[in-house]
Design a protein around this ligand. Structure first.
Ligand SMILES: CC(C)(COP(=O)(O)OP(=O)(O)OC[C@H]1O[C@@H](n2cnc3c(N)ncnc32)[C@H](O)[C@@H]1OP(=O)(O)O)[C@@H](O)C(=O)NCCC(=O)NCCS
Length: 170
């Protein structure tokens, strides 16, 4: 196992559009419907900024410490799930930096932020059933496995996901 890397999560800013373009690669979006058009990436970037402004969640870049090189993104946002208001969490780490514990560390840091808000009790992750790394992160961080579910994401693309849930009050 390569060296574990020190990371920080930083609130998403205007300057992170360049990072989002780098994350918009076929190998990054294999389980998420494939790369987006330039217009869609810009719209996604604006949504990330808006989530922070409205307080309906938080998006972050993941930066290496101490160099502050941006290597991924992570965040949480509100959604209604089975008639309940919850947070959903999602993450991505650029291929050259994968396999070094970066996503797991960033997820732990992000859960601490969400928990500190005391706004929603539950946060869910919905990785594709075929995404071993994301499912491993949920298992490792003690999310509870609820079951499989189906999602249409993006519109027209049907995926089977695992529903993992964390109680933020514990
Ligand atoms: C999912 C992703 C963020 C993981 O990033 P990462 O920084 O490589 O993850 P970590 O190094 O923290 O690894 C987490 C765990 O997954 C395990 N893992 C990684 N790849 C794996 C694989 N192919 N099979 C099984 N386990 C795997 C690791 O062993 C690690 O567990 P461990 O610490 O107990 O050994 C990264 O692969 C990615 O960005 N993928 C594309 C985008 C994506 O799928 N996003 C998620 C949508 S829900």
């Amino acid at each position: 196992m390569p060296n574990r890397m020190k990371i920080r999560i930083e609130p998403w800013t205007e300057a992170d559009l360049a990072l989002l373009y780098r994350l918009n690669a076929p190998e990054m979006l294999k389980y998420l419907g494939g790369p987006e058009s330039e217009e869609q990436v810009i719209a996604r970037h604006n949504r990330y900024l808006e989530i922070g402004r409205k307080g309906t969640g938080r998006m972050f870049s993941i930066v290496l410490h101490p160099d502050l090189e941006a290597v991924g993104n992570i965040g949480y946002w509100e959604r209604t799930w089975q008639e309940e208001r919850i947070y959903e969490i999602g993450w991505g780490v650029l291929p050259p930096f994968q396999g070094r514990g970066i996503a797991a560390s960033a997820t732990a840091a992000t859960l601490a932020r969400a928990s500190g808000e005391r706004k929603h009790r539950y946060i869910h992750a919905f990785p594709s059933i075929d995404n071993p790394a994301s499912n491993a992160i949920c298992r490792k961080l003690d999310f509870i496995f609820i079951g499989e579910c189906a999602f249409e994401y993006p519109p027209g693309n049907f995926i089977r996901c695992n529903d993992w849930r964390m109680d933020l009050t514990k």
